[in-house]
Design a protein around this ligand. Structure first.
Ligand code: SF4
Ligand code: SF4
Ligand code: SF4
Length: 263
């Protein structure tokens, strides 16, 4: 079934980078709610910690350090799954239900159905899915369990500056547009479920200026896979046609006659 998003009812996040103070309450709240173990890290001469998403870290704060006239300043960026409207991970996943979309437009995962092929890793334009010791996919699921219980996602609830705002996507975008914010992700990939208000070009935050799903994924999903299915059914059709018009192949009769020495 085609992956479609209802833009009218879609929920998501607005991340206003100008408000973030880098406190990382969001990281800790996510770990607590999802009972994720601590990541072992080493000091690499930066306050950024951990330095990358992990199977047990669904969101993290990137520290973007700048030096101006000898003075150091930071910008902070909350990295997480974007819950893309056109999700490369879902497009390429061969195991039904391992990655799926909720009625709110959120891309969730089911470890029990993940077959550990890791195709979603190469299909994600934002390098988000991670695999742990269990060799199963993990990433932000936008706290669907909390949302279904009428609660706000844990990271947004814990954020003291309202950098992370959860709600109806169209309303979050309308408010940010009225406030003249520079938005990222409104239209790309049929709209990202996590839209950012940025204070500089996307590349400054490590984001692709125009995110897209790798061409190889389109070839796999839209050309090679359908051709393979067509080839399969064509073979079945040809076999049936042969059976109806010519009849079954008499292999056993030939064998019997050889075994009886009538060759
Ligand atoms: S950011 Fe990556 S993992 Fe998240 S929905 Fe988009 S393609 Fe999938
Ligand atoms: S929405 Fe939930 S799962 Fe996603 S980063 Fe926030 S706390 Fe973690
Ligand atoms: S909790 Fe809010 S202010 Fe603190 S680091 Fe996370 S996004 Fe930034």
């Amino acid at each position: 079934m085609a992956d479609t998003v209802n833009q009218a009812t879609r929920k998501g996040f607005l991340v206003d980078t100008s408000r973030c103070i880098g406190c990382r309450s969001c990281q800790v709240a996510c770990k607590q709610w999802n009972k994720l173990e601590a990541d072992k890290t080493a000091n690499k001469g930066t306050f950024e910690n951990p330095r990358d998403l992990t199977p047990a870290l669904y969101n993290r704060i990137k520290f973007i350090e700048k030096e101006t006239d000898g003075a150091i300043s930071w910008q902070f960026f909350n990295e997480r799954c974007m819950h893309c409207g056109d999700a490369g991970c879902m497009k390429v996943c061969p195991s039904p239900g391992a990655l799926s979309r909720t009625s709110d437009g959120i891309v969730v995962f089911n470890k029990d159905k993940c077959i550990s092929c890791k195709y979603c890793v190469s299909a994600c334009p934002f390098n988000i899915p991670r695999y742990g010791a269990d060799d199963k996919v993990s990433k932000c699921h936008l706290c669907t369990d909390r949302i279904n219980g009428g609660m706000t996602p844990a990271c947004a609830k814990a954020c003291p500056t309202e950098t992370l705002k959860y709600g109806r996507r169209s309303e979050l975008i309308a408010k940010a547009t009225a406030a003249k914010k520079t938005l990222y992700g409104v239209d790309d990939l049929m709209g990202l479920g996590v839209v950012y208000a940025l204070e500089g070009p996307p590349e400054q935050y490590g984001l692709p200026a125009r995110p897209s799903i790798p061409l190889s994924i389109f070839l796999w999903k839209d050309v090679i896979k359908p051709l393979g299915i067509l080839g399969f059914w064509s073979s079945i059709g040809a076999m049936l046609l042969h059976y109806v018009t010519i009849g079954p192949k008499k292999v056993d009769d030939d064998l019997d006659s050889r075994e009886d020495g009538h060759e």
